[in-house]
Design a protein around this ligand. Structure first.
Ligand code: NDP
Length: 309
């Protein structure tokens, strides 16, 4: 069985930054990119707030560059997703895609977070048939059509703005009478003529004809129920950390984010480190994920040194 010094799970900014630092420290890291190579960032279009790119940078280009940079220092980047872990003893035992087992002296978890859904049966029924949690992946199909985005945070605003550039009309379904989003994003939404914000509204049901989405039934806070006609229904209500696999072994917070010790990436199991959105309920930015990936690699390096590995 293959034994590696440092195994990194996740191919987003945290995973690749950890790989760059670990490779340069001669830890010969192996990276498994997971379900979404490039991470969550690849579901967006242009990244405007990553330092060093005054005109913004295409998200896929940014992630391809990080991957290439990691490889250039010798990181072994592989396709595959961890499907089981045993963190009861070192080296840790990790199963990839239910078939390959790997032993890891140190483990860096950078598995990010995933989009949340409302949990309606009708939403589930029309998943991939008009229901989506990724505007940049699926927006193309709704050119000159009518769509809705649920949520009032930065994600929802970003999705609505992107969709507004393609679709004829975009509704934003916001459950309160204010955005949670940053002011700049909210203002951009309000200044976009083909976006209509439906304040104080919750979705009761996604409507469809069996083949695809045709609308949504909404309940306004004042008790009014009304339908809107739609071709697509997008979710932008936040994310869930990719920590389920590790829950039996590691200390998590009440929302499932992996707990790390003080200003470090150390988890409750020595030799296991966490970086990026899987341990960050607060900042969730590419640049903070990258920074925590660096910390995790440096913490892993120190751990290996202290344990003479
Ligand atoms: P947030 O948690 O910030 O916002 C979630 C939004 O969805 C809120 O408006 C919330 O309503 C609403 N919501 C949650 N659950 C439901 C539900 N069941 N039904 C209806 N509405 C619901 O998540 P985001 O993903 O938007 O953002 C997460 C973090 O990432 C933030 O810190 C954000 O700033 C950051 N981010 C930054 C970006 C950027 O800078 N370009 C882009 C995207 C995200 P309520 O307000 O009532 O709770």
């Amino acid at each position: 069985m293959e034994t590696v010094k440092t195994l990194i799970l996740g191919g987003g900014p945290a995973g690749f930054t950890a790989a760059i630092y670990a490779a340069r420290a001669n830890l010969s890291p192996v990276v498994y990119e997971g379900i979404q190579p490039g991470g969550q960032l690849t579901t967006t279009t242009v990244v405007e707030n990553f330092p060093g790119f005054p005109g913004g940078v295409d998200a896929n280009t940014l992630m391809d560059s990080m991957r290439e940079q990691a490889k250039s220092f010798g990181a072994d980047v592989r396709r595959g997703t961890a499907t089981a872990v045993d963190l009861s003893a070192r080296p840790f035992r990790i199963t990839i895609d239910d078939e390959t087992e790997i032993l890891a002296q140190t483990l860096i978890i950078a598995t990010g977070a995933q989009a949340k859904y409302l949990g309606l049966p009708s939403e589930q029924k029309y998943m991939g048939m008009g229901v989506s949690a990724c505007a940049t992946c699926d927006g193309f199909f709704y050119r000159k059509r009518t769509v809705a985005v649920v949520g009032g945070g930065d994600t929802a605003c970003e999705e609505a703005l992107y969709l507004a550039s393609l679709a004829k009309k975009v509704y934003m379904i916001v459950r309160r009478d204010v955005f949670r989003a940053s002011k700049i994003m909210g203002d951009r939404v309000l200044a976009t003529p083909n976006i209509e914000v439906l304040w104080n509204c919750n979705t009761q049901e996604v409507l469809g004809d069996g083949m695809g989405v045709t609308g949504a039934r909404l309940l306004r806070k004042d008790g009014t129920v009304f339908d809107i006609e739609l071709d697509g229904f997008f979710l932008g209500i936040g994310h869930e950390p990719g920590s389920k696999l590790f829950a039996p072994w590691l200390a998590l917070d009440q929302n499932g984010f992996i707990l790390t010790e003080g200003k470090s990436s150390r988890t409750s199991v020595p030799g296991v480190f966490a970086a990026g959105d899987v341990q960050d309920p607060t900042y969730k930015q590419a640049v903070t994920a990258a920074a925590s990936g660096c910390m995790a690699a440096r913490d892993a390096e120190k751990f290996l040194l202290e344990n003479n590995i």
